[in-house]
Design a protein around this ligand. Structure first.
Ligand code: ZN
Ligand code: ZN
Length: 407
């Protein structure tokens, strides 16, 4: 049994948005075995003295694409799956070293990467993968230009999505992703930025197709997450039982109320637009796709204010591509401009854990929970930017394993 004693920790209770009295924690076999005062004689256990530093749950990012290259998703299909996987390694390690101990992949990552992570073959957050996102022809997961007919649908051609049309095909694709171990099913239910033939305001999939995927996910005790920008797209998804709305930039009051009524979550990805707008062309984004960012960027952070006003549960997401992943923690600053720090911290901890149906294991520092922990030089309730500099992370622990210790 591997045992670590963390001493003199000031635990941040994310639910209360307050600190607890300084205490010690016993970490055993990847879990928080005990919280309290631990005596001096603790045998062989490794000791980490935080000297009063803030200790909080590891962060969660509910919208990433760990295999996406820098210029366009279409390029992926010309690459070898092994090359794509190896390129994902520094991206995954970068996330962990920013304090993210769980990430949910919104399309592209598969059971191979997740298995390698689980076996501890490389430093990485826990990877909740969707497999390939389901898209209709001409939908956001269809990366063909208008003059292209062919789509190589061999499963091992790297891509973010797969194309399926009709209730039976959507049902079969959802079942197939679940068969491959997908933690949740991802659907594209509206137009997007990084695809060529679908303006943002297009609705995608029929209601019956969406309902089929929702039913298959529910049968497998999981849920559907859906890419949707406009209020009409969000309603299109939520009315059919989709639980997690990705992006949701054009949320309005009426749609927020519907989300609350149906128990849906909102995963904004605001850092994606500002960074893609500023640096997208530089890192090789095609100009015609870059131009699609502007109206989304101009919508600003209004969705945060609307969602918070109606108490839609909000979760941290980023949706960055390639080298822009270095801005993963910028989302904290953008959200803090609209919402209190404690609330923004919940987006990346307890709210995320609830959305992932992992509320009994992660998202809090509690006895019996998985030892996903970060310790900070600074107080994130006073200054959320503490979470933006990896150098402020005095401890990064995932499942009881230490990846950074500067104490
Ligand atoms: Zn999307
Ligand atoms: Zn995405």
């Amino acid at each position: 049994m591997t045992k670590i004693i963390i001493r003199n920790a000031t635990i941040l209770d994310v639910e209360a948005g307050a600190f607890q009295d300084t205490c010690d924690l016993v970490i055993a076999d990847g879990r928080i075995a005990e919280i309290g005062k631990v005596g001096a004689s603790s045998g062989e256990a490794r000791q980490v003295d935080l000297r009063g530093r803030v200790l909080m749950p590891g962060l969660c990012d509910a919208h990433v694409h760990v295999i996406v290259p820098m210029n366009s998703f279409a390029q992926l299909t010309r690459w070898s799956p092994t090359y794509v996987a190896i390129r994902a390694l520094p991206t995954l390690e970068g996330m962990l070293m920013r304090g993210f101990t769980t990430v949910r992949d919104a399309g592209g990552a598969d059971f191979g990467l997740a298995r390698a992570v689980e076996e501890g073959l490389m430093p990485s957050p826990r990877l909740l993968y969707s497999g390939k996102a389901l898209s209709q022809s001409g939908g956001h997961g269809d990366m063909r230009g208008p003059g292209e007919n062919a789509w190589d649908d061999h499963y091992y051609v790297p891509s973010l999505g797969r194309i399926c049309n009709g209730v039976d095909a959507v049902r079969a694709a959802a079942r197939d992703e679940i068969r491959r171990g997908a933690h949740q099913v991802k659907l594209m239910v509206g137009g997007g930025i990084a695809s060529y033939t679908d303006p943002i305001h297009f609705l995608q999939f029929s209601k019956d197709e969406i309902r089929a995927a929702v039913e298959e996910a529910a049968n497998a005790h999981t849920y559907v997450m859906a890419h949707a920008y406009t209020a009409a797209c969000i309603r299109h998804a939520v009315e059919c039982g989709v639980r997690s709305i990705e992006h949701g930039n054009f949320l309005d009051d009426e749609t927020a109320l519907l989300m609350v009524e149906r128990g849906a979550y909102l995963v904004p990805t605001l850092s994606a637009y500002t960074t893609m707008w500023d640096e997208g062309l530089e890192v090789g984004m095609p100009a015609e796709l870059h131009a699609k960012i502007k109206p989304v960027l101009d919508a600003g952070s209004r969705q945060l204010e609307i969602a918070a006003r109606h108490q839609v549960p909000i979760v941290y997401g980023t949706d960055l591509i390639g080298p822009l992943h270095r801005h993963q923690s910028l989302e904290f600053r953008i959200r803090r401009e609209v919402l209190p720090a404690a609330e923004v911290i919940r987006h990346a901890t307890s709210n995320a854990a609830e959305l992932f149906n992992m509320n009994d294991r992660i998202g809090h520092v509690r006895e019996g929970y998985v030892a996903d922990l970060i310790a900070l030089d600074g107080n994130p309730l006073e200054d959320i930017e503490v979470l933006m500099k990896p150098s402020n992370l005095a401890l990064i622990m995932k499942e009881g394993r230490i990846f950074r210790e500067v104490v």
